[in-house]
Write a protein that binds this ligand. Structure first.
Ligand SMILES: *[C@@H]1O[C@H](CO)[C@@H](O)[C@H](O)[C@H]1NC(C)=O
Ligand SMILES: *[C@@H]1O[C@H](CO)[C@@H](O)[C@H](O)[C@H]1NC(C)=O
Length: 296
């Protein structure tokens, strides 16, 4: 996909220079340790992500750095319903967050292993920098000292709604918020895009656990904004992207979606990523509440 910012999971995101990542991580640790005497406090050049789970079921959030940035929190962890996990990050971190659902890591990875129904990374709890398997809702983060930006992408599909906000001193709610969804995409996903799993809802029936994008499902240039469709003028929304847009107006519904919300120029020390914000939508003030949720 031409637009790197909303590219397919399979083509970006994995740390291609692990040694550089390690060097950066060492530098960050060095700066953090040297920044202040006394107890280990948050360095001035570090920020916090609060990863909150308001879903009525457990999720296994994951993150993967862009090239040259460190893996955060092992790249993946467990958050039970109603809980929140604190993740420290360098103030200039770039990468992605997503959530995995329906996980069982008993087999604990290995070639061809599968650990989760959605967003899986080779069956492991700690993704260690690997990107997940699409479809899954993707939070794309680009932190900068001169103002951070982030967005939510359904370019490769959807598994859960997510809202992003900033909290703490100086955070501007108008510049820092990405709202959740008005509808559950899985509930309106057409059969040709559905990812289903047995059980979950009881009765042994099939449940829709994720919804592929048309690009992921069909791989056609017109849906993926490739080839003759590699420009904003030629890659337009389709009946499929409009379905995503209707459910989640704030998200990127296809690579050249110009109507998505992008938080940009956001200055904050703390960011809140909330999976399943209330009632499939976002509520003002949710961010602070989610940040205050019981930490694990
Ligand atoms: C997890 O997977 C293991 C091995 O496949 C299985 O024995 C176990 O019952 C599963 N646990 C749950 C909670 O489904
Ligand atoms: C995580 O990735 C790094 C860099 O690729 C590697 O050196 C390390 O062994 C990995 N750790 C685990 C537990 O797989």
């Amino acid at each position: 996909m031409a637009d790197h910012h909303h590219s397919a999971w399979t083509t970006s995101g994995a740390p291609r220079h692990p040694l550089l990542s390690c060097a950066l991580m060492a530098l960050v640790s060095f700066v953090a340790a040297g920044a202040g005497a006394g107890p280990m406090v948050l360095a001035a050049d570090a920020i916090v992500f609060h990863v909150a789970n308001k879903c009525p079921f457990p999720v296994w959030p994951a993150s993967a750095p862009n090239t040259g940035h460190p893996v955060l929190a092992g790249g993946g962890f467990y958050v039970p319903p109603g809980k929140s996990r604190r993740v420290d990050a360098p103030a200039t971190w770039n990468g992605r967050f997503w959530a995995r659902t329906g996980c069982n890591f008993t087999a604990n990875g290995g070639v061809g292993a599968t650990g989760c129904l959605t967003g899986d990374c080779e069956g492991r709890l700690a993704c260690n920098g690997s990107v997940g398997a699409p479809p899954a809702t993707l939070v794309e983060v680009s932190l900068h000292a001169k103002g951070s930006s982030y967005d939510v992408s359904l370019v490769d599909g959807y598994n859960l709604p997510v809202a992003v906000s900033a909290t703490g001193t100086g955070a501007d709610p108008n510049k820092c918020a990405i709202a959740g969804c008005a509808k559950n995409v899985n509930a309106v996903c057409p059969p040709e895009l559905q990812v289903t799993a047995t059980g979950g809802g009881g009765g042994g029936g099939k449940t829709v656990v994720a919804c592929k994008s048309a690009c992921l499902a069909f791989g056609l240039d017109a849906f993926c904004c490739r080839g003759a469709y590699a420009t904003p003028a030629t890659c337009r929304g389709t009946v499929y992207s409009r379905l995503f847009k209707d459910a989640c107006p704030a998200y990127y519904s296809y690579a050249y979606d110009t109507t998505a919300a992008t938080a940009s120029g956001c200055y904050a020390q703390e960011y809140v990523i909330t999976f399943c914000p209330s009632r499939w939508g976002d509520e003002p003030g949710d961010g602070a509440a989610a940040a205050a949720a019981a930490q694990i």
